[in-house]
Each structure stands twice: as structure tokens, then as C-alpha cells.
Design a protein around this ligand. Structure first.
Ligand SMILES: [Zn+2]
Length: 419
């Protein structure tokens, strides 16, 4: 019996967001409040004004999209603000039924003489842990009626920015175009991998993954191979923003040279014309083989539909139905729907799922697979046994919610519509 994948249903099912940036997901009201308290200039101090000038529904290009981060990161230069936005982000996720979230950010952009790396990560973890404590003390969770809320933290190395915040800020706003030597990026990312492993092991922080973010074009992932090798060697899981600007080869590089367990976006996996070698037939052959390899290895693609639509010029002119997500589904890749940036993309996990349902005609069974993959392929901060038990509980709860909706739909339709 088919039933409608309504907004109410999507909110009820347990969900993940395994690709969400802390600094792209503030509450707008909080950004304004923090900016006022810290005397930081914003283009507007009203939510409507900021929606009109910075955090828009449509962006002209990636640069336009990234501009908002200059403001969000500038208010996140102290421990209290970091803790607050992390806390609020966890609550906002849970409010729409997200039970597991992996929050990522580049801690080096919040480090300065008064705020060392350990304090940045501790502050973010403090906010997330507080939210988790509050959420998990609700009676429906303590009585095991509903699954608990869990989280992990992913640290992001940056492809193109300097580790210094003020240079990053000026670069985002187009004031400064200084480009350091490539070796600076490699060193900075290795330093970050070392700190992440050290803080995970010495302070017990739930740092579960290592990522590479920032503008892809002109800044190949291979420059960060040493940092990824370090993460790999110390069992820190790996994801890479890849396949946004470059074609399938960059995804191959991410999963082979960088040992990526997951790929952020991976959009151009299905864009053989972007391959640098061979004739058309060879390109198509390579792209198909790569997709098979990724599918077979269950390397998960973190899909961010709205964000892609906003930052990719070739998609902006088309309908969302043209997004390569359709090929990801038809080749049975392991995919998870994510927000990327709740504020900058003005989205939620529920909205992303509803978009997928309406533009790609997702059926309940496919949706269940996609949602459960988020949990299965998460970088869960516990033992494998704990993860398995958690995922089992999630699946049971999902099926319970689904059965309820199916039964009520049957009742409504007199049990006649079979599918
Ligand atoms: Zn991202």
C-alpha cells in the first residue's frame, strides 16, 4: 500500500544530517544578536534585510554564496558564541526529527591568540553535549519509545583559504586576493589532522571525521594527501568535498589518494565530459566504471540538492529534476540527503527530503533506504556494536512510524489502493 510522503511523515521519521556546516547554519536572529553585542557591522540588522542582501534564495555564483560566511565566522570568535550556535543547531535539527547529526566546521578559522584550538573544539562540543543531554532526558527517549539523539564533529581543512581568519574574511568579501603557496595549505591541513587526532584522544572529544572544504577549482585535493594519510593512519574517518567543480577524476582522487569513506556532493561523478583524457567513448566508460566502483564499495555521496542548485551555474538554468541525483538513484549508489548550510541555503533536512520526493518521485521504500544509509554510513562516535544497536533501534522506529502512516492511509482509502 503506497502512502503519501507528506511533510508530517517526513518530520516524524528519524533522520540524519551528515553534511552540515556550523558556520553556514546559524539562526538568523542569533547572528544579528551576536553582531550587535560584539559591535560587528552587518549589511542589515533585520532578518528581512539580511535575506535580501546576503542569505538569499538565489546566488549568482559560488563567491556570492560564500559571502555570508564572512559574517557568520566573524561573530564566532569566542567560546560562548561557538557553544551557543552549536547548541541551537542541535536543537533545530532535533525539532524536525533529525536524530543523528555530524556537524562540520574549520576550527582554524576561530583560533586566535585568545582562543586556542582545544578551546574552539571544546566550546562546540559543549554546546552539542548540552543539547544532547536535554533532548535525551525527554521521557519518550528515556523510556526507549523513541531513539536517542547522537552527534559527531567533523573538522574541515580548507582548500584555498589561509588558516588566518582575517585573511579568510577579506578574501570572502573580495577585499583581498593574496594567494599563498600550495605548501601552506598542505602544512595547515596536516597540522589540523594532528590536532584533531590529539584532541580526540586526549580530551575524548567526539571528533569523528576529517573533511576538505572550500573552492575546488584550482586547488586539487591531492595537495592535502599527507593530512589525509595521517587521519587514515589514526582511524579518523574521511570525507572530501569533491566533484563540485571538477569531474569524475577528482572523485577518484578523493577515494583513492585521500582514502575518502564518503564524498561531499560528488555531483560531477556523472559528468563524463569533464574528464581530461580520451575520446567520448573512453570518458563514458571511465565514468560508468567509477560509479560502479563507488556503488560496490558503498562509498556514500552526501547529496545537498538546494546548495547545488544555488552554486552551480549549469543547474541554475534548469529544473532540479536534472540534478545528477537521478543517476545516483538509478545506479543504486549509497546516498544521503543533507542540508550543507541551513542558513545560507535556507533549508532543512525535511525540505531537502521533500524536494527529492517531489522532483525524483521517491517512493517510500527508496526513501527508507536513503534515510537509513545516513545512519549506517555515519562516522558514529562509539564502538561498532553500539552503532549497530543504535541503527537497529532507528530502523525499528522508522518502520513503526511507517506502519502507522500506512495503516491510516489504508483506513482512509478503504484498503483498496494496492502497490
Ligand atoms: Zn559542504
Amino acid at each position: 500500500m503506497a502512502f503519501e510522503l507528506s511533510e508530517e511523515f517526513v518530520k516524524k521519521i528519524p533522520k540524519t544530517d551528515i553534511h552540515v556546516h556550523l558556520d553556514g547554519s546559524l539562526r538568523l536572529g542569533t547572528l544579528i544578536e551576536l553582531a550587535k553585542a560584539q559591535d560587528i557591522e552587518l549589511p542589515s540588522f533585520t532578518e528581512a534585510g539580511l535575506r535580501e542582501t546576503v542569505f538569499k534564495d538565489h546566488y549568482s555564483d559560488l563567491g556570492d554564496y560564500l559571502r555570508g560566511f564572512a559574517y557568520t565566522t566573524s561573530v564566532l570568535q569566542d567560546a560562548e558564541s561557538l557553544e551557543r550556535v552549536a547548541y541551537e543547531l542541535a536543537l533545530d535539527n532535533f525539532e524536525e526529527g533529525v536524530r543523528y547529526v555530524e556537524i562540520r566546521f574549520a576550527p582554524q578559522l576561530h583560533v586566535h591568540s585568545g582562543l586556542p584550538m582545544d578551546q574552539v573544539l571544546t566550546a562546540v562540543n559543549k554546546g552539542l553535549a548540552r543539547a544532547k543531554r536535554e533532548i535525551n532526558s525527554r521521557p519518550s527517549i528515556t523510556c526507549d519509545v523513541e531513539p536517542r539523539f547522537e552527534y559527531g564533529v567533523i573538522v574541515c581543512a580548507l582548500r584555498m583559504f589561509q588558516k588566518n581568519f582575517s585573511a579568510y574574511y577579506r578574501q570572502l568579501l573580495g577585499v583581498h586576493r593574496y594567494t599563498p603557496a600550495r605548501s601552506c595549505y598542505s602544512l595547515a591541513s596536516l597540522e589540523l589532522a594532528r590536532s584533531a587526532v590529539n584532541l580526540r584522544d586526549s580530551l575524548g572529544l567526539p571528533i569523528v571525521g576529517f573533511d576538505l572544504a572550500g573552492q575546488e577549482d584550482g586547488y586539487p585535493a591531492i595537495d592535502h594527501a599527507e593530512a589525509y594519510a595521517y587521519a587514515h593512519k589514526h582511524f579518523l574517518m574521511r570525507t572530501v568535498h569533491a566533484g563540485e567543480a571538477y569531474g569524475p577524476e577528482s572523485i577518484f582522487q578523493a577515494i583513492t589518494s585521500l582514502h575518502a569513506d564518503r564524498v561531499g556532493h560528488g555531483y560531477h561523478l556523472f559528468s563524463p565530459h569533464r574528464i581530461q583524457f580520451g575520446d567520448e567513448e573512453e570518458k563514458a566508460h571511465y565514468a560508468a566504471n567509477l560509479a560502479q566502483y563507488i556503488a560496490d564499495r558503498r562509498i556514500t555521496i552526501e547529496v545537498c540538492l538546494t546548495s547545488n542548485l544555488q552554486t552551480m551555474p549549469e543547474l541554475q538554468r534548469k529544473e532540479l529534476a536534472y540534478h545528477n541525483f537521478r543517476h545516483m538513484l538509478s545506479t543504486k549508489l549509497s546516498v544521503s540527503l543533507c542540508t550543507d548550510n541551513r542558513l545560507v541555503s535556507n533549508t532543512t533536512v525535511t525540505k531537502e527530503i521533500l524536494k527529492a520526493v517531489s522532483h525524483f518521485n521517491l517512493k517510500p521504500r527508496t526513501l527508507r533506504h536513503v534515510v537509513i544509509y545516513g545512519f549506517k554510513r555515519s562516522f558514529f562516535p562509539g564502538s561498532y556494536i553500539e552503532k549497530r544497536n543504535y541503527v537497529r533501534q532507528i530502523i525499528d522506529y522508522y518502520e513503526k512510524v511507517e506502519a502507522l502512516y500506512r495503516a491510516s492511509s489504508e483506513l482512509h482509502h478503504g484498503g483498496s489502493a494496492a502497490s
